[in-house]
Design a protein. Sequence first.
Length: 52
Amino acid sequence: MTIDAKNVKPEVVAVIAAAVAAMMGGQIKALRISNVSLAWAQAGRSKNMNSH
């Protein structure tokens, strides 16, 4: 199987696939994984900076 996951580390692809398989009962096929937004990273940094 070929997965289109440009600029995404293989470890991240594996974790995403495992999480989706766990949620969907194991019957999945990853077609495309891409970085769309940095919103989660920005929210994490903001929360971290505001916690001090």
